[in-house]
Ligand binder design. Sequence first.
Ligand code: KIV
Length: 265
Amino acid sequence: MAEQDVSVTVRTLLAMKRRGDRITMLTAYDFPTAQLLDQAGIDCLLVGDSLGMVVQGHKTTIPVTLDQMIYHGEMVARAASRAMVSVDLPFPVGQISISHTVESAARVMKETQCHAVKMEGGHQQAQAIAAMVDAGIPTIAHIGLRPQSVHALGGYRVQKDAERLMRDAFAAQDAGCFAVLMECVPAELASEATSKLTVPTIGIGAGPHCDGQVLVTNDLLGWNSGYIPKFVRKVADLKTMATDAVKEYQLQVKSGGFPNQNESF
Ligand code: KIV
């Protein structure tokens, strides 16, 4: 069987780190986007709670609920045939109690049929990560800039505390997470963590030396209207293309050019 046809698992990602093969991850929130990314060969799909900002139009990810993550996670998991699908645990899952975290993560796994969950936190969430892993729930730890803590961190800013980053990364690895996602940390720090950890690192705004990279798909494709962070590479301008297409439709209807005979019964 060709490598592209084999489903991506936690073991695949570990093997990719060992071989030095870069891991690709992108966000998806719905069936058609997930299907497109999966068929394009993206290794991992993330149903990020960024959907609160990207899809729902909120200013932060904080309002997103567990039921909403499950709603979107189920659509994405159904679309993916090769990619590994991870679903974010929304605020305040992970911050209340270990049993609440495990119960929430178990609901996500059962009701979406995704392959893994992602949770913000490292050292302070280590016991919760260990409990999820014990329950058979593959977990990614999200450290560095943790958007659910944006108010506590004083804004979306680069996280330069090297001691804290390394403590969070190792605590998460020791607790059993299968990957560490690092957001908005200096490239040199991310590189050091990547070379010292045995589990893969996935970076966003964390420089080129992580084992993999993740971006919000809407940012990558120019399908958004808000602020675009410095670390984003915009490879297309779908918003302009879609606006032009919609204006063309408007023109065609107003002028009586649509529908024509072939488009009518
Ligand atoms: O919620 C999300 O989409 C994320 C990525 C930005 C890493 O956590």
